[in-house]
Design a protein around this ligand. Structure first.
Ligand code: HEC
Length: 146
């Protein structure tokens, strides 16, 4: 009886561990999937800048980006540094820096959205061209492995 109890407790422990690993795998997959979508928005806007198309429809893309990055830091819970991820340990050891980089991008996305909505191609191109290197890169350099 006691033996059976022990096996039962051990089995529960394994299930709990597997559950944690799975949950963290999920959050890593979720953030990577969303980031690919963000990359897609940036690529589409690059095309728009190059073709000098109507910038106004791009405002909806920027809205999707704003909504995503508002929830972005929450997708890096403790423990999600392990697994199929390129997030550097600094995400957790310098959380304030990580959140500042995210807030900086969010401010820039407001600028980009206004430029898109205005239909002013030059303003849109300038805002777009600053976004990738300064604000995406501003977080990738310290917080993402190459
Ligand atoms: C606050 C920090 C931060 C900001 C801002 C940020 N990123 Fe990232 N990005 C990361 C981290 C961390 C990873 C690695 C995620 C992982 O592997 O778990 C990453 C990974 C990525 C990836 C790779 C996804 C994959 O796994 O295939 C893409 C694409 C990406 N980012 C696009 C962007 C774009 C575009 C912007 C700007 C609009 C941006 N990111 C802004 C932190 C950031």
């Amino acid at each position: 009886m006691r033996m059976r109890m022990r096996i039962w407790v051990a089995a529960l422990g394994i299930v709990a561990l597997a559950g944690t690993a799975l949950a963290q795998g999920d959050v890593i997959a979720q953030r990577r999937e969303g980031l690919k979508r963000m990359g897609g928005h940036m690529d589409a806007m690059k095309g728009l800048v190059a073709s000098r198309g109507d910038t106004r429809p791009a405002a909806a893309r920027v809205d999707d980006m704003i909504a995503w990055y508002r929830g972005f830091p929450a997708l890096f819970p403790a423990g999600s540094d392990r697994g199929d991820t390129k997030a550097l340990p600094a995400v957790w050891t310098d959380r304030a820096g990580f959140e500042t980089a995210n807030a900086n991008l969010l401010r820039q996305l407001d600028v980009l959205k206004s430029a898109a909505a205005s239909g002013d191609q030059a303003a849109f191109a300038a805002a777009y061209q600053a976004t990738g290197p300064q604000f995406c890169g501003g977080c990738h350099r310290p917080f993402r492995a190459r």
